[in-house]
Design a protein around this ligand. Structure first.
Ligand code: A3P
Length: 272
């Protein structure tokens, strides 16, 4: 509403740039944009819209460069960014630790790794419609049927493996796992968890969301007078058809990794 607008203007005029106190570190194609856009409705959240890619691609540019990307904020406001590739970047945990020790709050949106892999593949198809082999050809080695863990669409879904590296440096309570499935089915509930984790009042609530039947997803209602806002066409794409046997094989492949991940995260996400 008007309060939010006032806050934003004030921050733009009198604020200063801070390094992020909270980062959405992953996972690609799990709903990271939806989470960030919803959190941005909160008057105490100031977020960079674009992906910074500082802790993976641009680390050499230094923390001054990183901070210079951030929107201005007022005392009490949280600065945030999201770059989903951090979660799978070997160096990222150590680099974020070097910035602020264990103080940074880390949010990870996770989604059934099988669906996530298909979503990732759908993105590849959208970018390169000609010459992209079928999903099964990329996911399995010819003949043997062994899963190609070297294919990034498969590897990113090995959540337990990636999480291990973060937990070597960060205590588990510094990480929040947001269910990508629940972010669609009940966005306000996942936002409530995120606001509790961030230590900010519950101001993004059911009133901020409506189900848009044309989009087929929840969209944001931006206060009184604000225009409704759905995410762009690249979010909520139709998925290509993949043979059910291939999906089943992949599901079996992921099961032990998922079970390990549920243990580490302290929550069963119900993908199996
Ligand atoms: P699909 O395009 O496969 O459906 P990311 O932002 O991390 O790339 O994640 C993209 C995914 O966010 C989409 O994958 C979609 O399922 C999911 N998503 C969650 N909430 C959404 C929303 N409100 N609108 C659109 N997509 C949403």
């Amino acid at each position: 509403g008007d309060g939010v607008l006032l806050h934003e203007d004030e921050a733009a005029e009198n604020g200063s740039q801070s390094l992020p106190q909270a980062i959405i570190i992953g996972v690609k194609k799990a709903g990271t944009r939806a989470l960030l856009e919803a959190l941005r409705q909160h008057p105490l959240v100031r977020a960079l819209g674009a992906e910074a890619h500082f802790f993976d691609r641009h680390y050499g540019r230094g923390l001054h460069w990183y901070r210079s990307l951030m929107p201005k904020s007022l005392p009490g406001q949280l600065t945030m960014e999201k770059t989903p590739s951090y979660f799978v970047t070997r160096e990222a945990p150590g680099r974020i630790w070097a910035m602020a020790g264990t103080r940074t709050k880390l949010l990870v949106v996770v989604r059934d790794p099988v669906t996530r892999a298909v979503s990732d593949y759908a993105q590849t198809l959208a970018k390169r419609p000609c010459g992209t082999p079928p999903f099964e050809a990329l996911a399995f080695r010819n003949g043997s049927g062994a899963v190609q863990i070297g294919w990034s669409a498969v590897r990113i879904g090995l959540y337990a493996r990636h999480l291990e590296r973060w937990l070597r440096l960060f205590p588990r309570h510094r990480l929040l796992f947001v269910s990508g499935e629940r972010l669609i089915a009940d966005p306000a509930a996942e936002l409530a968890r995120a606001q509790t984790f961030l230590g900010i009042p519950q101001l993004v609530t059911t009133q901020h969301f409506y189900f848009d039947s044309a989009k087929g997803f929840p969209c944001l209602r931006r206060g009184a007078g604000g225009r409704p806002h759905c995410l762009g066409k690249s979010k909520g794409r139709p998925h290509p058809r993949v043979p059910p046997e291939a999906l089943q094989r992949l599901r079996e492949f992921y099961r032990p990794f998922n079970l390990k991940f549920y243990q580490m995260a302290g929550h069963d996400f119900g993908w199996d």
